[in-house]
Design a protein around this ligand. Structure first.
Ligand code: NAP
Length: 167
């Protein structure tokens, strides 16, 4: 905590922060032909990541627990790409993939639904997560945040690897 405070009052930190080159979406190469899964793609960081990948040609599977929220986000992604990335507006490729990380059975179902498509997987963005969740248990009787933020991803990332897909 003290080290963090010292960093914030150090002028060199702010000079480096503001003057170093930052990553921007135009640094992303052409991703045509690449297949990605983004978890929690319907909002926040996952949504922004979906826009960035799809706008550069990737086919993005939006792994979300609510189909309605995912479909709503899909429409917004298409509109945003049409407005900001005219080069790719004809070829935006988005799919819904149901995923609830709080239930191991559903985690396996989601992975197997993807594997049934017979596609390669080039990019896996394990983004979904919960913070400051009230104390509760997952469907499998585990502490909820541990189940979603850790165990769900261990299982979700294992399945494609077990099936021979490299990520
Ligand atoms: N933003 C920050 O400043 C910050 C800082 C540190 C770490 N992070 C981490 O970065 C990630 C993204 O942050 P964010 O701000 O974009 O979060 P966010 O806006 O709260 O979005 C979280 C996403 O995770 C999904 N999600 C929640 N529980 C899920 C479950 N059981 N199964 C599947 N999906 C689930 C949510 O879906 P629903 O819409 O269905 O709820 C939502 O799409 C999170 O893991 C967060 O903990 C963020």
């Amino acid at each position: 905590m003290v080290a963090f405070a010292n960093m914030l009052i150090n002028p060199t930190f702010w000079k480096t922060y503001f003057t170093s080159p930052h990553f921007t979406n135009d640094m992303i190469p052409d991703l045509t032909g690449k297949v990605a899964i983004v978890t929690g793609a319907n909002g926040g960081v996952g949504y922004a990541t979906t826009v960035a990948l799809a706008a550069h040609g990737a086919r993005v599977f939006m792994a979300c627990r609510s189909e309605a929220r995912a479909k709503e986000a899909m429409n917004k992604v298409r509109q945003e790409i049409k407005r900001d990335y005219p080069r790719y507006q004809g070829g935006v490729k988005l799919d819904f993939l149901e995923l609830d990380l709080s239930d191991v059975t559903k985690v396996y179902q989601s992975a197997h639904t993807f594997l049934a498509e017979g596609l390669p997987l080039h990019i896996l963005i394990n983004n979904s997560g919960v913070a400051f969740s009230p104390v509760k248990q997952s469907a499998d009787g585990l502490e909820y945040m541990f189940a979603v933020n850790h165990l769900g991803y261990v299982k979700y990332s294992q399945v494609p690897k077990c099936m021979g897909l490299t990520i």
